[in-house]
Design a protein around this ligand. Structure first.
Ligand SMILES: CC(C)(COP(=O)(O)OP(=O)(O)OC[C@H]1O[C@@H](n2cnc3c(N)ncnc32)[C@H](O)[C@@H]1OP(=O)(O)O)[C@@H](O)C(=O)NCCC(=O)NCCS
Length: 179
C-alpha cells in the first residue's frame, strides 16, 4: 500500500455531527498504541502487535501521511481511517485503486461513529480525487465490518481466500451526477 500521493494534505479538519477527522498529532500516540496492541481490534486483522514493540517503534507523531485520518471525539482519538493506494493488491480488480480501512477503539464501537467518520472520509476523497472508485477488503467473518461496508455503499466484487480466511473485496463506485 502507498499513500494517495497527489492529494493536498493535510486537509482542514473535517467536522461531522459528532466527530472531527484530522491528521495525527503527538497527543494521539497513546491511542495509536492502544489501537494496534488491542487483541479485540485485531481479531480479524491477523492479531495485535506487542505493546512493548509499539512503545519502542511508534514515532513521536504517528502515521503522518496523506490519507491517514485520526477520528476525534470530544478532543480524544477514538479511531483511525486509512485511505491508501492499493498498488500491490493481490486481487487484480483492486490493484492501483484507492483503498479504505478503518480501526476503532472497542469502547467507541456500536454508536455509529465508524459509519459517520467513513462517510465523511469518502466525501473528502470524492472531492480530492473526483471520479475514483474505492475498494475495501475485509474478512467475511468480521460481521461489524461487513455491515459497515454495506452501509457505506460498497458492493461485492468477489470473495477469496487469503491469510487463512475468507476475504471480501468490495467496491464503491464514484457518485454519478444526478439529473
Ligand atoms: C469495523 C468497526 C470499525 C465497526 O465499528 P462500529 O462502531 O460497530 O460501527 P458502527 O457503529 O458505525 O456500525 C456499523 C454497522 O455495523 C453494525 N454492527 C456493529 N457491530 C456489530 C456486530 N458485532 N454484529 C453485527 N452488526 C454489528 C452496526 O449495528 C451498524 O449497522 P446498523 O447501522 O445497520 O445497525 C469496528 O468493529 C472495528 O474497529 N473493528 C476492528 C477493526 C477492523 O476489523 N476493521 C476492519 C478491517 S478494514
Amino acid at each position: 500500500m502507498e499513500d494517495l500521493g497527489t492529494v493536498a494534505w493535510p486537509p482542514e479538519p473535517i467536522r461531522t455531527e459528532r466527530l472531527v477527522l484530522r491528521e495525527p498529532e503527538a497527543r494521539d500516540r497513546a491511542a495509536f498504541i492502544e489501537l494496534h496492541a488491542s487483541p479485540e481490534v485485531h481479531t480479524y486483522l491477523g492479531g495485535p502487535r506487542p505493546r512493548d514493540e509499539l512503545e519502542r517503534e511508534m514515532p513521536e507523531v504517528p502515521g503522518r501521511w496523506p490519507g491517514n485520518f485520526v477520528v476525534d471525539l470530544d478532543g480524544a482519538m477514538i479511531g483511525q481511517i486509512l485511505l491508501r493506494r492499493a498498488r500491490g493488491h493481490r486481487r487484480p480488480a483492486a490493484a492501483g485503486k484507492a483503498d479504505l480501512g478503518y480501526l476503532f477503539l472497542p469502547r467507541a464501537w456500536g454508536s455509529g461513529y465508524a459509519a459517520e467518520a467513513c462517510a465523511a472520509a469518502l466525501r473528502w476523497l470524492a472531492d480530492a480525487l473526483p471520479g475514483e472508485p474505492v475498494v475495501l477488503t475485509t474478512q467475511t467473518a468480521n460481521v461489524a465490518s461487513m455491515r459497515l461496508a454495506a452501509k457505506l455503499g460498497f458492493t461485492e466484487v468477489e470473495r477469496f481466500e487469503a491469510w487463512d480466511a475468507e476475504q471480501w473485496l468490495g467496491v464503491r463506485s464514484p457518485a454519478t451526477p444526478s439529473g
